[in-house]
Design a protein around this ligand. Structure first.
Ligand code: HEC
Length: 118
């Protein structure tokens, strides 16, 4: 069962790359209204990324602890590239499960909102 799920995730990460296809695993309910940096984006990153990407020797020399860190990563294309498991990027979280499609959709919403520091 777990192995099957993992296979599905791997497959879907290759084939699903537009918004419409991103929703099925949430049952169609993914609330991206009222997405903010402090209440939405940062908690997702703290749960899944900061464990490795913080401190005096962050993994890959990439710190992901505050607003400026996140904006820089978005501008370089690497935040979305790594969490969407796109070709040319190291898939993140490393060795862990891909973020839920809803979490990815929330980060995308915040980015399309112009990355407000709110
Ligand atoms: C278990 C530790 C671990 C976790 C958790 C983790 N990373 Fe990483 N990350 C690494 C290591 C180690 C590297 C450097 C080696 C590599 O690129 O694979 C790295 C590299 C990166 C890079 C540069 C790679 C590239 O292709 O540009 C980015 C960006 C990144 N991580 C973002 C994230 C984000 C965003 C999350 C959370 C969704 C995350 N990481 C979670 C360990 C981790």
């Amino acid at each position: 069962m777990i192995a099957g799920l993992f296979g599905v995730l791997l497959l879907s990460s290759c084939y699903y790359d537009n918004m419409e296809d991103l929703y099925p695993d949430t049952g169609g309910v993914c609330d991206t209204t009222n997405v903010t940096f402090s209440q939405t984006v940062l908690p997702v990153l703290q749960s899944h990324c900061t464990g490795c990407h913080s401190g005096s020797a962050p993994s890959g020399n990439i710190s992901i602890v505050n607003y400026n860190d996140v904006v820089l990563l978005v501008h370089s294309g690497r935040l979305l590239g790594t969490i969407r498991h796109e070709q040319g990027y190291s898939p993140m979280p490393k060795g862990g499960n891909k973020l839920s499609n809803c979490d990815i959709a929330k980060l995308e919403k915040w980015i399309s909102d112009g990355m407000p520091d709110n």
